[in-house]
Design a protein. Structure first.
Length: 275
């Protein structure tokens, strides 16, 4: 089953981050880099399955004979309720928070919108489709309320076997090892980032750094890249408290296309929070 290796990082919903001006999809989508919650989620689904089998067997017995049900439906329901996954996950997270465990958290973008210099008045809408080329950039926006001081932006490409198993893929041409991340001015109303043309995109402020769109697993095997999150050219910035960040992802020497979807294993440009 994919999702058990530490190279696989998915997203889960975290309740405690800042919702933004009525944009529900920006209410904070995060995942711990540990396998802890994945394991507990798997354990919960095993429990759910066992309960479901038990409930089905009880129902079956009652159909076969006139004997009273082993559990009345309400009792089964009550038992199922105990096994709902989120309270257990929340408890796990509370323990992580209390014990002050530090691991990077991955935050799914609030918006991802294409802009195209070749068609400067064409308006694109925020969605999963990511297109980069010498004329196409993507404008990404995140809003977060972090208790951790440092964040960075990364390209997260899960291991090939995990992507294949999840029917995720990307197509690339050229050099994808130095994709540029530019800081942009964040507009007061982030909704304006949900539909944009090249001519209406926010202005560039400065180059924050570059990211390497290759398998995280392969990068882990390259000694020079160990700890790369903490040094240039990784785009890093302080993100304590209520923070808005809008960036342009640009690639002058590549073509890259994929869908960035809110599911495990992760594939795309991500904001990571460092402890
Ligand atoms: C950010 O979080 C802090 C502490 O959790 C809270 O006091 C503050 O109101 C939050 N800010 C926003 C904008 O949600
Ligand atoms: C990719 O581009 C970067 C930045 O221009 C450069 O440093 C690197 O050598 C290039 N890699 C390849 C394989 O061409
Ligand atoms: C990006 O630019 C804005 C506007 O100048 C600035 O307020 C913000 O601190 C910059 N962010 C980073 C991460 O450099
Ligand atoms: C990008 O990652 C590959 C491994 O996937 C590595 O060989 C290469 O040196 C990295 N390039 C940069 C610029 O970090």
């Amino acid at each position: 089953m994919p999702g058990t290796s530490s190279d696989t990082l998915g997203y889960t919903r975290l309740m405690s981050s800042a919702p933004e001006d009525g944009l529900e999809d920006e209410s904070g989508l995060k995942a711990p880099a540990t396998t802890h919650s994945l394991r507990s989620r798997m354990l919960v689904s095993v429990l759910m399955t066992l309960l479901a089998i038990y409930a089905a067997a009880a129902f079956h017995l009652s159909v076969l004979s006139d004997s009273p049900l082993l559990f009345r439906p309400r009792e089964i329901e009550a038992r199922l309720r105990m096994a709902l996954p989120s309270p257990n996950l929340d408890k796990g997270r509370d323990i992580m928070d209390k014990k002050n465990y530090k691991s990077p958290w991955m935050l799914f973008p609030g918006s991802m919108t294409r802009v195209n210099a070749a068609e400067p008045d064409m308006i694109y809408y925020s969605g999963a489709s990511v297109v980069l080329s010498p004329t196409d950039s993507m404008i990404y926006h995140w809003r977060l309320n972090s208790t951790w001081p440092m964040c960075y932006i990364t390209a997260w490409v899960s291991a090939a076997e995990d992507l294949i198993a999840a029917h995720k893929s990307y197509s690339s041409e050229g050099n994808v090892t130095a994709i540029e991340i530019w800081n942009l001015t964040s507009p007061d109303d982030s909704k304006t980032l949900k539909s944009m043309s090249w001519n209406t995109r926010p202005a560039r402020v400065s180059l924050l750094g570059t990211v390497n769109f290759t398998s995280v697993k392969t990068q882990r095997g390259v000694e020079d890249l160990i700890g790369q999150e903490l040094r240039a050219p990784t785009p890093r910035f302080g993100c304590l408290g209520d923070t808005k960040i809008t960036v342009e992802v640009a690639c002058t020497a590549c073509r890259l296309e994929f869908d960035q979807i809110f599911s495990t294993p992760a594939l795309g440009f991500e904001l990571m929070q460092l402890g």
